[in-house]
Design a protein around this ligand. Structure first.
Ligand code: KG4
Ligand code: ZN
Length: 335
């Protein structure tokens, strides 16, 4: 089911420059150079700055991921080619193509969200043989509830009409003066607060196909304006986290029909302890396994791209040097 030769995987779709060495479903390395500090100064991602930082980091990150293995030992090079910031994607894609051409190594482009979906395969290599899986992707750019029937067999059951779940954390954190990115900062401040302190909207409660987080952002803005110096920031962080977790979890509860054989949670927001615990409970109640990657595999990384590639390469899939990058792209088919 997995490709049995070493795969060098590259991920540069957003603000992490990452390279990983994957053999089968085993991760030999997963190097991540984060640009978070640089973007924090601007309060968000500046695409042009992201591209330049990828150019600076890509060679050292590739070298570190390869370790002592010669490039000629590689069986394939996998690279995120969609969706993402086009300038950022192009840096990883150019590096992948150059190595592929120079050393005559097969090349495969991978969809970023398929990488997140299949990030569970390192800990649960048999996961894709036990489908359907109900998968929640919650990241800085995406919030999607997906029915996974196999590799490339993805049906979107619900998606966001406006902001992503991660954006709700990031924008809320900015309003509370916590800096960028906000997820981890909200999570740690929320530990000191009461989640019932403020009542915040959970968005689209009765629309099974849609999430919506823009109302939550507006509500936090109003709250900050209304309370001023009297604002209980820890209470606000806890209430915000609770609203996002409940909005996500309730949609999962509504969608989890008896045919699902597992529940999975992936993407950067899957690093959130409260969300992990809430979805773990749902799976336990349904008596099905709960797959959630360790935290370093939740936020953007190249290992997940290598895992997705390993499954596709084992099926004989390859691309050539005409491979392109795309800013938007639907979830991929089986091919
Ligand atoms: O998957 P990811 O690294 O990048 C995208 O593909 O978007 O997700 C990044 C998002 C950010 O919005 C960040 O605030 C959120 O994941 N995040 C968290 C936590 N850690 C990262 N959200 C909530 N709790 C966390 N602990
Ligand atoms: Zn991501």
């Amino acid at each position: 089911m997995f490709f049995n030769r070493p795969i060098l995987a590259i991920e540069t779709s957003c603000d992490e420059t990452s390279a990983a060495l994957v053999i089968g479903h085993e991760l030999r390395s997963n190097v991540i150079a984060s640009q978070v500090e640089m973007h924090a100064k601007w309060g968000g991602i500046v695409p042009e700055a992201a591209s330049r930082a990828h150019v600076e980091s890509i060679i050292p990150v590739l070298r570190e991921a390869m370790g002592n293995m010669p490039l000629t030992d590689l069986g394939a090079i996998a690279v995120t080619n969609r969706p993402g910031l086009i300038g950022a994607l192009s840096v990883g894609l150019s590096a992948a193509k150059a190595l592929s051409l120079r050393f005559q190594i097969p090349l495969l482009g991978i969809h970023h969200l398929e990488g997140h979906l299949l990030s569970i395969c390192s800990q649960w290599p048999e996961a894709m043989a036990q489908t359907p899986i109900l998968s929640l992707i919650a990241s800085g750019g995406h919030t999607e509830l997906v029915r996974v029937d196999g590799l490339g067999e993805y049906t979107i059951l619900a998606e966001t009409l406006d902001d992503a779940a991660g954006e709700a954390f990031d924008k809320g954190a900015r309003l509370l003066g916590l800096g960028y990115p906000g997820g981890a900062a909200i999570e740690s401040l929320a530990r000191e607060g009461d989640r019932k302190r403020y009542s915040l909207p959970q968005g689209m409660r009765h629309a099974p196909e849609h999430f919506s987080f823009s109302g939550l952002k507006t509500a936090v803005l109003r709250l900050v304006e209304k309370e001023g110096a009297a604002l209980d920031r820890a209470g606000a962080a806890a209430s915000l986290q609770h609203a996002v977790v409940e909005a996500l979890a309730r949609k999962v509860e509504d969608a989890i029909a008896p045919e699902f054989r597992a529940l999975s949670l992936v993407g950067g927001v899957a690093a959130n302890t409260a969300l992990r615990a809430r979805l773990h409970d749902i799976a336990t109640r349904k008596e099905i396994p709960f797959y959630v990657p360790e935290r370093s595999l939740c936020t953007d990384n190249a290992a997940m791209i290598g895992l997705a590639a390993s499954l596709r390469l084992a099926r004989g899939q390859r691309h050539d040097a005409s491979l392109d990058a795309y800013p938007n792209s639907p979830l991929p088919a089986a091919e």
